[in-house]
Unconditional design. Structure first.
Length: 136
């Protein structure tokens, strides 16, 4: 099992990339309303600020800021993915491993990449890669 090192910083700002298992699918844009609803539902229960969010056909990038004292982005992602997948009709191909684990074949196995980042100027109106200083 991989040894993922997570950066748990209460109230931190994080950059994420989340990808579909089948990179040639356009599921995220085709089902954007289902994705939005999943995010809305999770955000109501577990608040966070969306600094930036880009949805592409087969993956997404986003920057979140969590509330002070809260570093639990993993629960938020787990629920967003779960609610999105449960809203979709079944039909994807499943590997033997995914069948055995009762998983849907939607998300790429390395579930997410995250970096803690600092955005200059309290989330400047025009956010770009050049305006982020990634803290290592």
């Amino acid at each position: 099992m991989p040894d993922y090192r997570r950066n748990w910083v209460p109230g931190g700002t994080y950059f994420f990339t989340v990808a579909l298992l089948e990179r040639k699918r356009d599921l995220l844009v085709a089902e954007i309303e289902r994705l939005r609803e999943a995010v809305r539902r999770v955000k109501r229960r577990y608040p966070f600020e969306i600094v930036a969010w880009v949805v592409l056909p087969d993956h997404l990038h986003c920057i979140w800021t969590l509330p002070p004292g809260d570093a639990d982005y993993a629960t938020r992602w787990r629920l967003i993915k779960l609610l999105f997948v449960k809203s979709l009709p079944k039909g994807e191909r499943l590997s033997t491993v995914r069948k055995r684990r009762h998983e849907r074949g939607i998300w790429h196995r390395p579930k997410l990449k995250q970096l803690r980042c600092r955005v200059e100027g309290k989330h400047a109106p025009h956010l770009s890669v050049n305006s982020m200083a990634i803290q290592q």
